[in-house]
Write a protein that binds this ligand. Structure first.
Ligand code: LMR
Length: 400
């Protein structure tokens, strides 16, 4: 009975927010979850989102069920944003797009598809990766193993290791790739490296499986952040792409995203879509409407679309400024001669500091700076004013 159920461990990422809430120290700082805050450390609802919501209220839109696959206008907009409206995969109707419960729900749906139609297939994930990837595949009963990615010696990409591991994987494996702004490392392959990754994937008949959680949010440009996906799709490969609008539109709690399956024919895409619907129906029936309408309204209106791009650039710019400030503070204070420039090279919401588990615990216990135990800092939640304090905490944790 229920008496026999043991306590589950706290979630490595969302558990940090719980620990932060319980911390009573005034100096406390929550740099755990990847959710953007302003310079005043307040949550930020994009102005363009408020405008879209006002429009929706004025129109008095109803709350009828969406179809299982989600809002048609959203599905069209999201696939076009990802691949580009003129992409042959769009023109030839080779993409099966289904609205998902943001990135996680979309990944979970894809995992269910793999479990059902590719029995025994393996998913290769980067080491390290986002804390939830392993849970998603475990719960979907999909086997996974890791490929080398992060090299602690260079605080950069272990490109040779990555290529060797993708090559060594059983033919026809799914290769999970972060489309841009790798979480947690902030280290991405260069365009030349992406070409080589595409080469080995093709050589081994693997299927690329992209997780795109930051389109437009990493660099400030929607097109630049989709370059890796477009590069691989241009080779005519079948592939999977999960998308999220949590970060780039700040729609965290709306749970809005999509799963896109690029197939080799329009006919196959229709069949795949029918199976995705069949998997979704018993899981959650059909997806929520509010976030889907926000995205569709913004993307469908040129003026709102431009406002969104400007706000995304603003958020990406603020993160870059704080990164610079943190680097400056660390370099000025650290007398050991350590090179902190990796912080400037990393992109996206996070900085992977190289702090060990014990050092990360020191950050929390002594300095009340709450970060994940893998040494990841959510720079998107940091303000310029807190950089000096954070630098003191990092240096103390690093050197003592
Ligand atoms: C993160 O990595 O912090 C975010 O993607 C939030 C989450 O759901 O874990």
């Amino acid at each position: 009975r229920f008496e026999g159920i043991t306590m589950a461990p706290p979630d490595p990422i969302l558990g940090v927010s719980e620990a932060f809430k319980a911390d009573t120290d005034e100096k406390k700082l929550n740099l755990g979850v990847g959710a953007y805050r302003t310079e005043e450390l307040q949550p930020y609802v994009l102005k363009v989102v408020k405008k879209a919501e006002n429009l929706m209220l004025e129109r008095g839109e109803n709350k009828e069920y969406l179809p299982i696959e989600g809002l048609a206008a959203f599905n069209k907009a999201t696939a076009e944003l990802l691949f580009g409206a003129e992409n042959p995969v769009i023109k030839q109707q080779r993409v099966a797009t289904v609205q998902g419960l943001s990135g996680t729900g979309s990944l979970r749906l894809a995992a269910a598809l793999i479990e059902r139609y590719f029995p025994g297939a393996k998913v290769l994930i980067s080491s390290p990766t986002w804390g939830n990837h392993k849970n998603i595949f475990n719960d979907a009963r999909v086997q996974w193993s890791e490929y080398r990615y992060y090299d602690p010696k260079t605080v950069g990409l272990d490109f040779d290791g990555m290529i060797a591991d993708i090559k060594a994987a059983p033919e026809g494996s799914f290769i999970l790739l972060h489309g841009c702004a790798h979480n947690p490392t902030g280290i991405d392959p260069t365009p030349e490296q992406w070409e080589k990754i595409a080469d080995v994937i093709q050589e081994k008949n693997h299927i690329p499986f992209f997780d795109v959680a930051y389109q437009g949010f990493a660099s400030g440009s929607l097109d630049a952040d989709a370059a890796s996906v477009r590069l691989l799709s241009a080779r005519g490969m079948e592939l999977l792409v999960a998308q999220s609008y949590s970060k780039n539109l700040g729609l965290y709690a709306e749970r809005i995203g999509a799963i896109n399956v690029v197939c080799s024919s329009a006919d196959a895409a229709t069949r795949v879509k029918s199976q995705l619907k069949r998997l979704a129906r018993p899981m959650y029936s059909n997806p929520p409407v509010h976030g889907a309408k926000i995205v569709a309204n913004i993307v469908g209106d040129p003026a709102l679309f431009n406002e969104w791009k400007a706000e995304m650039e603003m958020m990406a710019g603020r993160i870059k400024n704080v990164r610079q400030k943190l680097y400056d503070s660390l370099s000025a204070k650290d007398k050991s001669g350590k090179d902190w420039s990796f912080i400037l090279k990393q992109i996206g919401m996070f900085s992977f500091t190289g702090l060990s588990k014990t050092q990360s615990e020191n950050m929390t216990k002594k300095w009340h700076v709450h970060i994940t135990k893998d040494g990841r800092i959510s720079v998107a939640r940091l303000s310029s004013a807190k950089c000096e304090y954070l630098a003191d905490a990092i240096l103390d944790s690093y050197h003592n």
